[in-house]
Design a protein around this ligand. Sequence first.
Ligand code: COA
Length: 273
Amino acid sequence: MALHSSFSMTTAAQTFRFLRLETRGAVTVLYVHRPDVLNALNRETLGEIDQAVARFVDDPAQGALIVTGSGEKSFISGADINELAVLDPRGAEEISRFGQKVVDRIEQSPKPVIAAINGYAFGGGCELALGCHMRLASENAVLGLPEVSLGIIPGYGGTQRLPRLIGMGRALEMILTGRRVKADEAAALGLVNRVVPREQLLDEAVKLAETMLKNGPLALSASIESVRRGLEMPLSDALRLESSLFGILAASHDMHEGLRAFLEKRPARFERR
Ligand code: COA
């Protein structure tokens, strides 16, 4: 796979043990990289994802993030079962809170985050994908929350985000059976946005990111915030939030530029202000 920038690779190689980062223009691609365990998330990997996402959010040159797994077979095989096996109640609650915090950070990114699900996405891997703003799956992707088969429950937000995404009945069926769902069924359930051929997954994710990045960056951020926070509110409060954000954008250069560019029949030049 071609690496398009030395910037992030160098930074990642110095900083991250279990991640690989690549930049394609304004799109950052984050690979979870633990080949021995099919990219399972141990605590250190979660911490690295947390840092990498924070760094992406703070980088003005980067507009969108793609999260994927290293290798051909697996996105993320779940939380690292070796670590789970030795947890006491206090440690279990703590790692659940930490995993939730990392997934929250992804979801709260003001710039779009896409999960490119390139294979197995089980347990914490599926939950991490649920925190991304959208999900593309390759034809070989398989998703599931098999925690109950291990005598535990999803602990990185899965019991909350899955029913919000696909509805309570279908979510509970997945959670209580632990059933694995192949890509086509995942698309039919609304668990992933769409399925793409395996070799095209990353290119399709980059194309999707670039399509979004043609639009006003402040409008993208406000849209994400309105949808994300709005879903946590009663409809009347969420509508107020939408109006407030609409009003705030009216103070921006970019809104005036976008509207003027349309009327002048030219492309807009957005400046994130
Ligand atoms: N945590 C720790 N190690 C894991 C892991 C996980 N979540 N998932 C896979 N691995 C390890 C395996 O133990 C194996 O290690 P080994 O080579 O030392 O034996 C290695 O990764 C390869 O996995 P393997 O099971 O041989 O590959 P497979 O292609 O036959 O099966 C899976 C792949 C993903 C179906 C299977 O590994 C699996 O069911 N993993 C657990 C999934 C899960 O329950 N996740 C939720 C955790 S909360």
